[in-house]
Design a protein around this ligand. Sequence first.
Ligand SMILES: NC(=O)c1ccc[n+]([C@@H]2O[C@H](COP(=O)([O-])OP(=O)(O)OC[C@H]3O[C@@H](n4cnc5c(N)ncnc54)[C@H](OP(=O)(O)O)[C@@H]3O)[C@@H](O)[C@H]2O)c1
Length: 287
Amino acid sequence: MKILVTGSNGQLGSELQILAKDSSDDFIFLDRKSFDLTKPAQMSKVLENEAPDIIINAAAYTAVDAAESDSQTAQSVNAEAVKQMATYANEKGIFLLHISSDYVYHSINDRPIKETDPTKPQGVYAKTKLIGEQAAMEHCKKCVIIRTSWVYSSFGNNFVKTMLRLSQNRDHLSIVEDQIGVPTYAKDIATCLLKIIQYYKADNCTFGVYNFSNTGMTNWYEFAKKIFELEDIKISLKAIPSSEYPTPADRPKWSVLNLEKITKEFDIKARNWEAALRECLILLKDS
Ligand SMILES: NC(=O)c1ccc[n+]([C@@H]2O[C@H](COP(=O)([O-])OP(=O)(O)OC[C@H]3O[C@@H](n4cnc5c(N)ncnc54)[C@H](OP(=O)(O)O)[C@@H]3O)[C@@H](O)[C@H]2O)c1
């Protein structure tokens, strides 16, 4: 099958590029230049020329704070472009795999969040991601949406790489401890997407919204502590509340996702976040 991947240079897009090397499918990876989600005419032309069987939308406006002052671009990329791809996919009867975010929930809970729990996105990024999801579901019958959390990889920009970089010239860091969630290795999301595609190819795919993350839970302070512990980096860490680290966009305090649905439908068994982090750190060391 011909699988078109948007956002090819992002964390997820880069991990998909690695996995595609061992796949018998024909992957087409498109970066922002060749498939710009703010340029509907270019998108239409590329989709018609490439005529894919499956679209994986790994592109997004992910700069959560910048989105607060650039809502028009965030809306174009995270919502309007998704509607366009969904409409195209539906017209052609092809499969759309779209990635969304734990930020759509934004609920305070004492249990892992289910796909059926209410959404209450705060901030431009989160709201545009939810509008994108709704457009995908409304306009495309053959659509799977994956809501994931706290993504990192050896590629791109993320918390793990930021911590390692900061530790090179700082001996003290203050890290937020009142946001609880699950760090998720983009490689594991990529693996999950390819498994869903196998179900689709076997005509055994239940379309809809699914959570996916690594398992366990932590907070940003403990996440940073674990990174430095595994890397044997000596640094003084101070746990602070979010109120001492104000950001333009509000972050959810609770982002632990219930994975029962994806496990049941696609037999996907996510690994623990610490095991995934170990693997990513080894790769970063070798690179
Ligand atoms: N990062 C997280 O912590 C996180 C958490 C939950 C959910 N998610 C979701 O997971 C998915 C993958 O995220 P990620 O972490 O891989 O993001 P990422 O590393 O920021 O990559 C996003 C990609 O989208 C591309 N992009 C941005 N604007 C574009 C445009 N106008 N046209 C075409 N491409 C454009 C970027 O292009 P450039 O390379 O040119 O910048 C980049 O390659 C996204 O849907 C995101 O919302 C992410």
